[in-house]
Write a protein that binds this ligand. Sequence first.
Ligand SMILES: *[C@@H]1O[C@H](CO)[C@@H](O)[C@H](O)[C@H]1NC(C)=O
Ligand SMILES: *[C@@H]1O[C@H](CO)[C@@H](O)[C@H](O)[C@H]1NC(C)=O
Ligand SMILES: *[C@@H]1O[C@H](CO)[C@@H](O)[C@H](O)[C@H]1NC(C)=O
Ligand SMILES: *[C@@H]1O[C@H](CO)[C@@H](O)[C@H](O)[C@H]1NC(C)=O
Ligand SMILES: *[C@@H]1O[C@H](CO)[C@@H](O)[C@H](O)[C@H]1NC(C)=O
Length: 497
Amino acid sequence: MTRRLLLSILALSTACPRAHAGKVQADNLLLPSDAATHKQAVVDIFTASYSNYKTFAFGHDQVSPISNGFNDPRNGWGATIYIMGLNDLFAEAVNFSQKIDFTVAPTTPTDISVFESTIRYVGGLISAYELSGAQYPGLVDKAEQLTRRMVDIAYSRGNVIPFGHVNFAASTPNVAGTNIAEAGTLSLEYQQLSQLTGNDTFRQLAEGSVRHIVSLGGPLPGFPAQCISPTTGSFTCQAVTWGGGSDSYIEYLIKYARLTNTEDTVFADAWKKAVDTSIKTLLKTSTVGNWTYLADYDGSRIVHVGSHLACFHAGNWILGGKLTNNDTIVNIGLALNDGCWNTYASTTTGIGPEVFAWISADGNFTGGTPTASELAFYNAHGFYVTNGVYIQRPEVLESNFYAWRATGDTKYLDRAAAAIDSFNKYLSVGSGGGYSGIGDVTSTNSGHFDETESFWYAEVLKYLYLTFDDPTHISLDEYVFNTEAHPFRAPAARNSY
Ligand SMILES: *[C@@H]1O[C@H](CO)[C@@H](O)[C@H](O)[C@H]1NC(C)=O
Ligand SMILES: *[C@@H]1O[C@H](CO)[C@@H](O)[C@H](O)[C@H]1NC(C)=O
Ligand SMILES: *[C@@H]1O[C@H](CO)[C@@H](O)[C@H](O)[C@H]1NC(C)=O
Ligand SMILES: *[C@@H]1O[C@H](CO)[C@@H](O)[C@H](O)[C@H]1NC(C)=O
Ligand SMILES: *[C@@H]1O[C@H](CO)[C@@H](O)[C@H](O)[C@H]1NC(C)=O
């Protein structure tokens, strides 16, 4: 039905006839002629969301300079704005970032999350600096200012695992336990910051935390437990999951190997081991529909649940399978992506839920008992919804983006286009023009939340935009995305990881 444009890389592939190991994107990606329309629809959603956020949300929560900065989207979204070519908004964002004093303590919240501030602000500032051609060194200065303040407190007690939250006013860490995602998702950002500033301390601290977690092993072979104490450096629970609290620790193992091209195989090996264990222990298919899922493990039992957050796994397996030349892993990644997309395709809104459960041949333990209507939904769709909110999370469309760029199969473009339609139908709050999350994806009128998450701008709309953009723009062979979708420029790939 569609005329297709040849957009890509014949020149490259003839210059390099033996595709080198580690190549992620498919050769000869063909973008249909209607891609430009969908891309523009994403820009329209972004500009409507942004201008309404500006009108109604800027100026609130601005208790002190730093909480002003922390709540101001222009810090975290610069990379999206730049990628979309919104030059006036980008100039405004760069300008604004220079007014924030990141050393000033906020009144609320009193404690800063080191993980959230790193992936959103440090990552966003560095990515915006790199993408805009290193013209604005002030962006790196701000990333360094914030990071020094955070790490000087988070690693202040001889601890190898950082405290998860720090209080800038008192210069003290919150000594509560943390998790492997918070502790193990600083490495891409701090490695880039060390490169840009010449101060290697940031890389050493982040890498040290990851090496320590790897050295602990875990409840399943090579798959660490979720909870960890910065004070003792030991695990404090036995839970294993690809979902929130563990997710981006595993995500970054292979991305760190790729971004640094380090000779040290510890990071890629740890990723391969976690994936291998997952295939042996967590990989399940549903008794209805034969959908592919990754279960959780609670320390003694397999728990048949999945989540929107965990659905990044599909894209991560596609990426890591390509980088390690392992088609088994790529193909499981594509099957996981289908399972996650099925959670969108099966609801009346066409949007997937926050948490879901299913039954597989090995059992039906989900940590709860399904109601009759949940079982009926399961029998129709191969999963059932246990938490139906949608708070504008990116992971399903993120994985869909990897699947498109890695295969060139236009069914992934059709899925992305369907999601755009659903967002316009169900997330738009109406004449005001903003977009927000909804209370129940299985209902067409469940009501909106009175807020917009920053990852809507940083992740959902960036991945959607790039899905319909020239595939050579922010190629997965040239960039590594941090866990908040901020792309970092990577060196040429090694032959294998
Ligand atoms: C940048 O900030 C200066 C001083 O605050 C202001 O005069 C200028 O108009 C700003 N530029 C943009 C593009 O916002
Ligand atoms: C590098 O960063 C660390 C961590 O904030 C800091 O303690 C150290 O003084 C910095 N080194 C230089 C030379 O700026
Ligand atoms: C690919 O990964 C799977 C899962 O870990 C493993 O069993 C297999 O040996 C790997 N294949 C190659 C060629 O390394
Ligand atoms: C279910 O899916 C798995 C993995 O994709 C496949 O190996 C198996 O043959 C399928 N089973 C059925 C009954 O279709
Ligand atoms: C789950 O399995 C148990 C034990 O096999 C069985 O008694 C129960 O009916 C099953 N529940 C569902 C919802 O399938």
